[in-house]
Design a protein around this ligand. Structure first.
Ligand SMILES: [Zn+2]
Ligand SMILES: [Zn+2]
Length: 97
C-alpha cells in the first residue's frame, strides 16, 4: 500500500505577517500589535512550540485603551497587545493564594 503525503487535509492556522506568531481569528496580533491584514496561512503542524519550560500559569490581560480583557493559561505568555484594537495590554498573573 502506497501512502501519499496529503497537505490539503491539514489544518491551517493564521500567522502574523510581522512576527509570525499564531493569531487565530484576532483583528490584531497579540504579540506585536500589528493589524491582521498581512496574515499568512501555515499548517498547524509546522508551528508547534517547545513543550518544555515552567508550568502553565493563568494570566489576565487588560487592554489599556479599550478595556478588553482576556485570560490565558500558558507556560510562557508573550501576549502584550489587545486582539481587538492593537493597543498595549497590561498583564497580571493570577495566583491561588
Ligand atoms: Zn505579530
Ligand atoms: Zn483594546
Amino acid at each position: 500500500m502506497k501512502r501519499r503525503k496529503d497537505n490539503s487535509s491539514k489544518a491551517l492556522v493564521r500567522i502574523c505577517g510581522r512576527c509570525r506568531e499564531i493569531i487565530g481569528d484576532d483583528k490584531y496580533c497579540r504579540y506585536c500589535g500589528a493589524e491582521a491584514s498581512d496574515v499568512k496561512y501555515e499548517p498547524a503542524d509546522d508551528v508547534i512550540r517547545c513543550v518544555y519550560g515552567p508550568p502553565p500559569a493563568e494570566r489576565k490581560h487588560t487592554c489599556t485603551a479599550c478595556g478588553y480583557t482576556w485570560s490565558t493559561m500558558l507556560m510562557i505568555d508573550n501576549e502584550r497587545y489587545c486582539p481587538e484594537c492593537g493597543s498595549e495590554a497590561a498583564v497580571e498573573e493570577i495566583t491561588d493564594d
